[in-house]
Write a new protein. Structure first.
Length: 467
């Protein structure tokens, strides 16, 4: 039925009484059944139809289910009138019928778009039915109004909750396939005849020189490799996320097939923020095949924490444990404990300075296993230079000082070694899904045992397709 002009005026007075001259609103808890704002007193049953007055009274008494049932009975006669629709929406919201509340409050705002209480309830109802985009839109509109401080704070609280819920629902997947071709000047990390010729006759390991075959001397080769990488990342909250990385790399040598290898790496990590630092905890497993046979397995745990020192400087401290088990030679099995600290400067270019210490311990209590253990210090610098939105240059250099834990009986001396490595990688983004990369590396390793000293240079070109 249509309201008379007198009744419509009474509804207008009722709405004014509910909202107040200031247009202030008060947010309520979103627990189910949700609480409905108290209808302002001062409007008596004599000002409106008795049934509408009864509906108002039930809402004031927080008898939301009865109010909802009554509002449904009145829908055919009163639906579309903003005063009734506001009461019906309040009843539905309080009783936990949030979709019905959405319909009611939308009808109010179609007729009276400036009713702040209806807009607030509509935003809350959208929130309850998980229509976060619509809820955010209505709450943002409310922030543009002259709200009381407590009302504005409640609106911001809900906006923050929407942001967090959206963050939790963000799941990223990425798959990359890379094909590459390369050259390795010393594929087997072998020594040179010059190094062997420098070994004096009185050296304790001079007698073993004659037993060395060509496999101990440096061998250059060309390689072809294919890599498949999968990344999964799920935001849990604004500050935490869970990720998984799986990669498979297959490398084939043109001449030295005994060096053909397959490596599977599986890593899971969890990040969260505590005490002003971003903590990362990860675990990994990495089996490796060599020349078609299982060569070794490795697994480990790592943890690091990053602090923001300023708007440009970050500091990281981390530790890790790795266990390596070599299938054919238990003497080479090791436990590794490593620690590192890194300072990063974040400007137009990224500069990373890192210092690390590691301790490898042989797993067996015999001279060979002990001698395979070592202590090592590493100092490195990395530059990340985004030249443009298509070009990226990454350059790094590192120095490592190594001292073994014991004397290998076959050699008779304690191994002490130093190595220097330089890397350069250049990426060019062909499109959003295609990337071409070029890389160069050089390693110079000196050792107190000449047969372990070598130089090595590599060059590679690869194409990556993202899916």
């Amino acid at each position: 039925m249509s309201l008379s002009s007198s009744t419509a005026l009474k509804f207008g007075l009722l709405i004014t009484a509910w909202f107040g001259a200031s247009g202030s609103v008060h947010a309520q808890s979103d627990r189910q059944p949700a609480k409905s704002p108290t209808v302002a007193k001062g409007t008596t049953a004599t000002t409106v139809d008795a049934k509408i007055a009864q509906l108002q009274t039930l809402i004031q008494q927080k008898q939301f289910q009865q109010a909802f049932d009554l509002s449904n009975a009145l829908m055919a006669d009163w639906g579309g009138e903003p005063g009734y629709d506001l009461l019906a929406g309040q009843a539905a919201y309080g009783a936990g019928y949030f979709q019905e509340a959405v319909f009611a409050f939308e009808r109010v705002l179609i007729v009276k778009p400036n009713v702040l209480l209806a807009r607030l309830y509509l935003a809350f109802s959208y929130f309850q039915v998980k229509n976060l985009g619509a809820a955010q839109k209505e709450l943002t509109k409310l922030l543009q109004e002259q709200l009381k401080p407590e009302d504005a704070a409640k609106v911001r609280e809900y906006l923050a909750r929407i942001t967090e819920l959206r963050a939790r629902s963000v799941v990223n997947h990425a798959v990359n396939l890379k094909l590459g071709y390369g050259y390795d000047s010393n594929a087997n990390s072998g020594t040179t005849l010059d190094n062997l010729s420098n070994i004096p006759v009185e050296s304790p390991f001079y007698p073993i020189i004659g037993s060395l075959d060509e496999s101990s001397l440096e061998q250059s080769d060309h390689t072809v490799d294919a890599a498949l990488n999968y990344v999964y990342n799920r935001k849990l909250t604004q500050k935490s996320d869970l990720s998984f990385n799986g990669s498979y790399v297959n490398t084939r040598y043109r001449e030295q097939s005994q060096l053909d290898r397959e490596i599977l790496s599986l890593t899971g990590s969890y990040k969260d923020e505590y005490w002003g630092a971003l903590f990362n905890i990860s675990g990994f497993v990495q089996p490796m095949m060599l020349d078609g046979e299982f060569y070794r397995g490795a697994y480990g745990l790592a943890m690091d924490a990053t602090w923001l020192l300023s708007d440009k400087w970050q500091w990281l401290w981390g530790l890790s444990y790795t266990s390596v088990n070599v299938n054919s030679n238990d003497d080479q099995d090791i436990h590794q404990y490593a620690y590192r600290t890194r300072f990063t400067y974040m400007g137009s270019k990224i500069h990373m300075f890192e210092l690390g210490y590691g301790d490898d311990d042989g797993k067996l209590d015999n001279p060979v296993s002990i001698s395979n253990g070592k202590d090592f210090w590493t100092l490195s610098y990395t530059l990340v230079y985004p030249v443009s939105n298509k070009w990226l240059i990454i350059a790094s250099s590192s120095y490592q000082d190594i001292e073994h834990d014991g004397i290998n009986p076959a050699i008779g001396v304690l191994r002490e070694e130093e190595s220097f490595t330089a890397l350069l990688n250049v990426d060019y983004l062909l499109s959003a899904k295609w990337k071409i990369s070029g890389s160069l590396s050089y390693t110079d390793k000196d050792s107190s045992v000449e047969i372990y000293a070598y130089d090595r240079a590599t060059a590679g070109l690869s194409v990556t397709r993202s899916f």
